[in-house]
Design a protein around this ligand. Structure first.
Ligand SMILES: C[S@@+](CC[C@H](N)C(=O)[O-])C[C@H]1O[C@@H](n2cnc3c(N)ncnc32)[C@H](O)[C@@H]1O
Length: 305
């Protein structure tokens, strides 16, 4: 299946559509990307106004913004109570900005477990998982947990900068990605599977799951996180029906320089750290993946190993 490529999914700031504290979340959705995903689901007939949608990695609730504007009822579950509080502040803000046909609700809970949501009721699940070991700073660049090298005292208002962030052992970002000696699933994969199965259980039989993931670099090698995530979904009873690469590189139209010469300059939507690493020879990560899955009745693949 050749992936479709979407452009123009980055570089549109949330601005005042989020409360200030929401910017402390290290893994928020891009505003343009999440908007496009919901519009696509609506255009393709996967979602009708009034449908309920699910996000088991709710974060600060940014996924709810386009959902409620398009008339859907968004339900999120988020482990970190501070993010739940901030998400509720965002919802209050959007309520003040204008009447919406949809609604948003977030629960504090562990998405590996049953949080009391009604099984078989959600028409779509749109979510973005954390990476393994981001909180332990085992990877390339700054992790989400405070460390002296990457976080300055000026950042200390950020939740992600506090020393105790991420100590919760239930946070997937805190789990090891190391597979067993004989290829047994890692701690991260076992626990991610629990969340994917919960998504499967909560979706209607004609439901669709959409996952936003991105490959990353560890020890100078590209980790195929999106393909690994897809394998977990297939093993948990989903069938992949579409792949999109949301490009992090937008080519700008030819620009004239002072002397009339033409230049085609790319605009890269990447953080400073990533750009510096790529300039120093690390493999480039040029897109986020958006993958679409239908709920299959039976698990359709072998357990990932
Ligand atoms: C990539 S972020 C999602 C951010 C969200 N899309 C947003 O824009 O705010 C992943 C989220 O999953 C949460 N998380 C990690 N483990 C979890 C678990 N076991 N149950 C529920 N949430 C969890 C993290 O706290 C984090 O906020």
């Amino acid at each position: 299946m050749t992936p479709a490529v979407w452009h123009g999914c980055y570089g549109k700031p949330w601005g005042r559509l989020l409360v200030r504290e929401a910017y402390s979340h290290p893994g928020r959705y891009s505003r343009a990307l999440i908007q496009k995903i919901y519009e696509h689901l609506k255009e393709q007939g996967y979602l009708l106004p009034g449908d309920s949608v699910l996000d088991l990695f709710g974060g600060v609730g940014t996924g709810a913004m386009p959902a409620i504007a398009l008339g859907f009822h968004w339900y999120g579950v988020e482990l970190n109570p501070e993010y739940v509080r901030i998400a509720n502040q965002n919802f209050d803000l959007w309520q003040r900005l204008g009447p919406h046909r949809g609604s948003a609700r977030i629960l504090q809970g562990d998405s590996r477990e049953d949080n009391g949501l009604l099984p078989g009721t959600f028409k779509a699940a749109v979510a973005s998982p954390p990476y393994a070991q981001t909180l332990t700073n085992a990877g390339e660049g700054p992790g989400a947990r405070w460390d002296a090298k990457h976080h300055r005292p000026g950042n200390s208002h950020k939740i992600s900068s506090r020393r105790d962030y991420g100590r919760d052992p239930a946070n997937l970002a805190n789990m090891s990605a190391r597979r067993g000696r004989h290829g047994e699933p890692s701690e991260f994969e076992r626990n991610a599977t629990a969340v994917i199965r919960e998504t499967h259980r909560l979706l209607r039989d004609d439901g669709i799951a959409v996952w936003v993931t991105k490959d990353y670099v560890r020890r100078r090698k590209r980790v195929p996180f999106s393909d690994n995530w897809e394998a977990l979904c297939i093993a948990a009873g989903f069938r992949c029906i579409g792949r999109v690469q949301a490009s992090l590189v937008d080519s700008r139209a030819d620009q004239l320089d002072l002397f009339g010469g033409r230049h085609n300059r790319d605009r890269q939507h990447k953080g400073h750290w990533r750009r510096a690493m790529e300039e120093a020879g690390a493999p480039p990560i040029d897109w986020e993946d958006v993958r679409f899955f239908l709920k299959a009745h039976e698990p359709t693949g072998n357990s990932p190993s």
